[in-house]
Design a protein around this ligand. Structure first.
Ligand code: ATP
Length: 281
């Protein structure tokens, strides 16, 4: 098995353990807890790690408080992060103090401050604010290739060479657009279409309906990576939960495409990995 294969299996194992602790938190006491807060367009996720950076708890909620990386409902965002924090504190029987967060590439000067304020407003000490592709790669540990994060509002592309991010881009096409396509095709209200799309039982039926929008995402990926030597694409972000999306992207781009077991939890776990005990300036 290649080194990259072992790392990829490690990522899958970690995500599986995280899914397990969302259902059943590990209540054995830790001297410190590290929380990753992923404030997304579609979903807010909190991932909690123990003193050894092992997953012990997690929670998430679908919400409409951020659009394309910008906080559009500041009070709502604070309330949701605080509620999820309290829910996890109760389950773990401890106070969660330290947190880190992430922002889509390129939005730093615009909204990094707002995201930091939301995390602090919810009662955390914020210890790190990193960009999403860097966070995802803390789990994937890719040395060379492209990490493509298809979230709710945007698709983030980052290209790695010798373990360093050499190019990043963020384009406004994501899962929300997939739901709009479902809503149009099935004459369903958006919220219903969103839930229908997330139900894995419907994925087989939906794939042909969603193929054009997946191909659009693939064309965005191809455009951004064309000047780089990319042999592998790694998919993360909730939209990549769609069964078969990787095959369409692989066919369209002509590049080997892989995705972890639950691509939605890679970035939140990576954010938590960057958390420490030193408050940011
Ligand atoms: P962004 O990164 O754009 O700010 P986000 O962080 O909220 O958004 P994610 O949490 O990675 O994005 O993904 C949310 C998207 O994933 C939503 O559009 C949601 O509908 C989609 N999604 C989640 N689960 C599934 C699933 N099982 N099948 C299909 N799509 C899914």
């Amino acid at each position: 098995m290649s080194k990259e294969e072992i790392t990829f299996n490690g990522c899958n194992e970690l995500v599986s353990r995280f899914e397990a602790v969302i259902k059943k938190p590990v209540t054995k006491k830790s001297s410190v807890y590290y929380t990753g807060v992923d404030l997304g367009t579609a979903c807010v996720v909190l991932a909690v790690l123990d003193e050894d950076y092992q997953p012990v708890a997690g929670a998430y909620r679908y919400a409409d408080v951020v659009r394309d990386g910008m906080v559009v409902d500041y009070i709502g965002a604070i309330r949701i992060v605080r509620e999820l924090k309290e829910e996890l504190e109760e389950k773990l029987g401890t106070e969660l103090i330290y947190a880190s967060a992430a922002i889509p590439p390129g939005t730093d000067s615009l909204d990094g401050g707002a995201i930091k304020n939301v995390v602090q407003g919810a009662g955390f000490e914020i210890t790190a604010l990193l960009d999403e592709p860097t966070a995802a790669n803390a789990v994937l540990k890719i040395k060379n290739g492209a990490v493509v994060d298809i979230g709710g509002g945007t698709t983030g592309i980052s290209i790695l060479k010798d373990g360093k991010v050499v190019y990043v881009a963020d384009e406004p096409t994501g899962g929300t657009h997939f739901s709009l396509v479902v809503s149009g095709a099935y004459q369903m209200p958006f919220a219903e279409a969103e839930a229908y799309k997330r139900n894995e039982k419907n994925h087989r039926e939906l794939l042909p309906v969603l193929k054009p929008v997946v191909e659009k995402v693939a064309s965005i990926i191809s455009r951004h990576i064309k000047d780089y030597d990319v042999d592998e694409i790694y998919l993360v972000g909730g939209t990549c939960c769609l069964d078969g999306i990787e095959k369409i992207i692989e066919k369209q781009t002509g590049i080997r495409t892989r995705k972890p077991l639950n691509p939605m939890f890679v970035t939140p776990l990576g954010i938590a990995f960057s958390c420490n005990q030193e408050e940011m300036a």
